[in-house]
Design a protein around this ligand. Structure first.
Ligand code: 5GP
Ligand code: ZN
Length: 113
């Protein structure tokens, strides 16, 4: 989608701090970190949300999520991590290209939840 901000990140048209990349999946730092290390994991192909994701795309994403989560754990030393996904405006989705939030947690007062 030409006006999708995450498609522009995939194409390199706008910058992002990349955490992981392979043929199907890109992970990058959220521009507005709710906690230190807040990362978004997206399919490179534009799909609006979970309702549009094929099993193959879901598989491609979750194949690499443990690796990314462990990289965040090593880098930031959190005591936990939330994996969060919003689907639809009423569910809090604001960018309409599927993304999984990986939110490292540091204990009470870390700014999330
Ligand atoms: P949602 O509210 O759709 O679940 O999450 C969208 C996320 O995308 C938000 O956490 C927001 O900070 C992030 N975001 C929006 N625009 C950009 C951008 O241009 N670059 C990056 N890295 N993150 C963005
Ligand atoms: Zn897109």
């Amino acid at each position: 989608m030409s006006d999708c901000i995450f498609c522009k990140i995939v194409k390199g048209e706008i910058p992002a701090a990349k955490v992981f990349e392979n043929e199907h999946v890109l992970a990058f730092m959220d521009i507005s970190q709710v906690t230190k290390g807040h990362t978004l994991v997206i399919p490179k192909v534009h799909k609006e949300n979970l309702f549009e994701l094929t099993p193959e795309m879901a598989s491609n994403i979750f194949e690499v999520v443990p690796k990314i989560a462990n990289a965040l754990k090593t880098e930031f030393n959190p005591i936990g991590l939330n994996a969060v996904n919003n689907n639809g405006e009423k569910a809090g989705q604001s960018v309409f290209h599927f993304h999984l939030h990986l939110i490292p947690r540091y204990g009470s007062g870390d700014g999330f939840g």
